[in-house]
Design a protein around this ligand. Structure first.
Ligand SMILES: CC(C)(COP(=O)(O)OP(=O)(O)OC[C@H]1O[C@@H](n2cnc3c(N)ncnc32)[C@H](O)[C@@H]1OP(=O)(O)O)[C@@H](O)C(=O)NCCC(=O)NCCS
Length: 158
């Protein structure tokens, strides 16, 4: 399925609508809210947070946040780490999530990045199959919270 999305800066115009996006209640254990993400971005400048609202036309349908070009270290994975990705419950299953990844991958390639890392909680309802379907592969590592680390080789995607 292919969907069209735009990654749009969060401004006073769209902030409330983006923050109002909710995943399904059963998914809340897999992802923090948009509001919490804004807070995390403010609290973690060292992680070089980069975030965008995901729009279909003028309608916010999702949110994405990365750690952008950081020097990896004990506290930070990178250089590029997909930190948050969510599509609103009413908008899921229409290709938006994969379309966001397509946009992010294009931006990262333009930066000369060779891989994108992410992590997710395994288990029933986990986004892990979504990431694997897209081409992410588990590295075999887990983080301090027990989340599995996944890697997308940007060289291997068309
Ligand atoms: C994970 C998430 C971003 C996927 O967004 P989405 O817009 O529903 O995904 P898409 O419609 O682009 O799906 C792309 C493909 O992945 C598949 N897919 C999506 N979620 C899946 C899941 N949980 N399990 C298995 N397959 C899944 C779709 O069926 C689709 O397959 P297709 O190519 O055969 O059609 C969305 O479900 C979400 O926001 N979940 C809650 C938050 C979350 O877990 N975020 C990740 C934090 S680590």
């Amino acid at each position: 399925m292919s969907a069209q999305v735009r990654l749009v800066e969060v401004t006073d115009v769209n902030r409330a609508a983006v923050a109002a996006l909710r995943v399904h209640p059963a998914q809340e254990r897999f992802v923090a809210s948009v509001e919490k993400s804004f807070q995390d971005a403010r609290d973690n400048p060292d992680a070089n947070p980069w975030f965008r609202a995901v729009h279909d036309g003028d309608e916010p349908v999702g949110f994405v946040m990365l750690s952008w070009d950081v020097v990896p270290g004990p506290e930070l994975r990178g250089p590029y780490f997909l930190w948050r990705l969510l599509v609103g419950a009413d908008h899921q299953g229409r290709g938006y999530g994969a379309a966001v990844l397509d946009e992010v991958v294009a931006l990262l390639r333009a930066e000369g990045a060779t891989e994108l890392l992410t992590s997710c909680v395994p288990g029933e309802g986990s986004p892990e199959p979504f990431y694997r379907r897209y081409g992410f592969v588990p590295t075999g590592e887990t983080d301090e919270d027990g989340e599995i680390i996944l890697r997308l080789d940007l060289g291997s995607r068309p």
